[in-house]
Design a protein around this ligand. Sequence first.
Ligand code: DGJ
Length: 527
Amino acid sequence: MSVQKELPQFRKDKLGRVSFYVDGAPFIALSGELHNSSASSLRYMDEKVWPALRPLHMNSVILPITWESIEPEENSFDFSLPDGLIAAARREGLRLILLWFGLWKNGMSTYVPGWVKSASSGKDARFFRVRDGFGKPLDCISPFCAEAVGADAKAFRALMQHISEIDADRTVIAVQVENEIGVLGAGRDYSDAASAAYLQPIPDSVARWYEVSGSWEEAFGADGAEMLMAWQYAQAVEQIASQGKSVYLLPMYVNAWLQQHPDRAGAYPSGGPIAKVKELWKLAAPSISCYAPDIYVNNFGKVCDEYATSGNPLFIPEVRATKDSASFLMYAVGKHGALCFAPFGIEDLFGKRSDEIGGNLLSALNIGADAFDPSGAGNRLAAAYDLIGNMKELIFEAHRKKQIHAFLEYHDAGTTIHLTHYDAQISYTGASESFFGGAGKGADKAVSGGFIIETDENSFILCGSGYSVQFLPRPGEAKAVGVLKKEEGRYQEGVWIPGRTLNGDEGYFISLSDFPQVQKVRLFEYE
Ligand code: DGJ
């Protein structure tokens, strides 16, 4: 019998910052999400997936467990697939974050068992569907269908019970409840039950929080339909998650298909936890530890900034899998202390874009074709994961002491960071207005990004890629700044292993090339 390890946890400190604890210590999930069907076959995983992940220096993988696979007949459970996946992850030295594909996956009910699908036809069906404004049934079981939510909650509880019995070493560290929830193709559910609820007064807790009253429409005007759906989905998720937590207290989160062009609920799943309705979700679903953005839009930094607010930790279960991923990681970890970072379709990172991601699928999911171009992505992400994994204690400490400053290129030339003694003028390599005026901006260049840790007022750790730094005296100070020592190197479990000392040709300018790396710089002033 193996010894029970400490439960994975999201813990809040006195300042309200949330950390992810695994084996009793802070953890960053350096992860990747698999294509939807990869984990449905243990053999496919052994042949194609686990070998593709080995060079990436990941510490965890995100993969689905589907309702149809564990409850093929009503009340008859089969956990052989999760058992096999957990055993293989242990063999690979990786932790798992499970996606519960229950009633809802991308606004649809495609992963429910056959016995649920067969009982979902007609207005009075046992598992009735969402209807659009014309009364047409959608491929989505209604969150107002109490029997469906109850059946999902029962299956999810059985899964969590089983994992609690076989996973004393905590291979599974967190669970996503459902996937990109919400109604696609209509602003709200127009089933009879939903339309009746739309006219009811909003719940007291909602009225108090938002200081409004009346029906959903009276209280929220044009946003009423989306607010009703958010409330209903959140309540359903709360029922499902709390059933799971009652038998196994793992951290649970919900992910979001973001609000994006065309900017209207129903074009993106209406009722999902987009930034605008996060607070409503929090009211209805106290069992959920965080709301997690799936980031396929270009403006990565803005989405991170929007989600890492009001005590919501930044947890990124899906992000574009491209050469830019490494810079995105640096920003997410350096700026917001992200708990998880996971490019989607991670098993493709060293290869070509997989056939699964065709143009039709991408347009149905409203994802730009450039979001899955893995050229140059694998080596960069592997280096970045190696780097961050080996300096994570330093990063945690720098966050505690507020000594870390992160930046990310987004149609700009650079930024200036105000440090204790100096200003650090960051110029993105190749950006048209940058200090180096366009040099080095090839088609292959990733967006620039990284962070600086100020270990003391004259010493800095520079991390990331594609930028130069000019350290300047604070404005108005009649001093010059010189380099005392500049080193390349790497961290090995928190210990600095120096490489070359950079001086002369390599010393005049402080710059990090277009590949994730770390340098240490010590400065002095003279007058
Ligand atoms: C977002 C979904 O959550 C994933 O399951 C997957 O469908 C990706 N989009 C893109 O393929």
